[in-house]
Design a protein around this ligand. Structure first.
Ligand SMILES: Nc1ncnc2c1ncn2[C@@H]1O[C@H](COP(=O)(O)OP(=O)(O)O)[C@@H](O)[C@H]1O
Ligand SMILES: [Mg+2]
Length: 247
């Protein structure tokens, strides 16, 4: 069943001071898949991302990436180097720099030597930055300071900076929090575009957004999977309704 999967969480448990944030969580992501993860506050969504990226080590269970790499044995830089990129909720762009220079710096993280922004970018770097600008709808904003972007545009820029690292798997935690409706719709389109070439796990509360993604949904509750399937399936699941209404 897990043959050929990209990411396989197998019975993962994490406790904080005796409280089980993840409880025997199992989840399989196929190569190329985009998965939406929803669930009430405290369900363990962010902890799940922390475990995948090596920020938190599980008490029990395995996290297998690709054929047989157990991520629980690796530290954060080693996991990032395998091609797992993570976007946190709060944007961490370099505000005084232009959009272009933010992307140039992100390319520099690409294990090639670039010691300063004063060295002219190569034609190859220019080509890659142009591509990312287009994907993230920032082509017309390339010269603006990141500080002057809207909240939504800053989030897209940060996603662009992750794309510069060419991740195989992109993890995105609540990308549309605080966005306008138009920005939210644009973000769904952006993630669908990214998913043409990369696998994605996106955690989000916004149901309209999750519906717009049109992908398989995993509902987490108390650290394990409560329901899984198409959005219409999970939102009609009595257990899901009870958890959401019973809050
Ligand atoms: N570092 C931590 N120390 C103690 N408790 C934590 C820590 N991280 C998360 N928790 C707790 O674990 C539970 C799950 O949190 P989290 O994964 O952030 O949920 P979600 O992202 O689904 O809202 C919450 O009850 C939270 O308070
Ligand atoms: Mg969270």
């Amino acid at each position: 069943m897990t043959e050929g999967s990209l990411l396989y969480l197998d019975g993962v448990s994490v406790s904080f001071d005796g409280f089980r944030a993840l409880n025997e969580l199992s989840l399989v992501l196929e190569p190329g898949e985009m998965r939406a993860v929803i669930g009430p506050n405290g369900a363990g969504k962010t902890t799940m991302m922390d475990v995948i990226t090596g920020k938190t080590r599980p008490d029990t269970g395995r996290v297998v990436f690709g054929a047989d790499t157990d991520l629980t044995k690796l530290d954060e830089p080693a996991i990032a180097a395998l091609g797992i990129g993570r976007k946190f909720q709060k944007p961490t762009v370099f505000e005084p720099l232009s959009v272009w220079d933010n992307l140039l710096l992100a390319l520099a993280g690409d294990r090639r030597p670039r010691f300063s922004l004063w060295a002219r970018e190569t034609a190859e770097e220019r080509r890659r930055i142009e591509g990312i600008l287009e994907t993230t709808c920032l082509t017309e904003h390339r010269a603006r300071r990141a500080a002057d972007l809207s909240h939504g545009q800053k989030q897209w820029l940060e996603i662009g900076m992750l794309l510069a690292q060419e991740p195989r798997l992109l993890l995105v935690d609540e990308p549309v929090a605080g966005m306008t409706d138009a920005e939210t719709a644009q973000t769904a389109e952006l993630l669908r575009e990214i998913n043409r070439t990369r696998s994605v796990v996106v955690v989000e509360h916004d149901m309209e957004f999750v519906r717009a993604l049109g992908v398989k949904v995993t509902v987490l509750h108390e650290g394990s999977v409560l329901s899984e399937g198409a959005i219409d399936h999970v939102s009609a699941d009595p257990r899901v309704i009870e958890v959401y209404l019973g809050r």
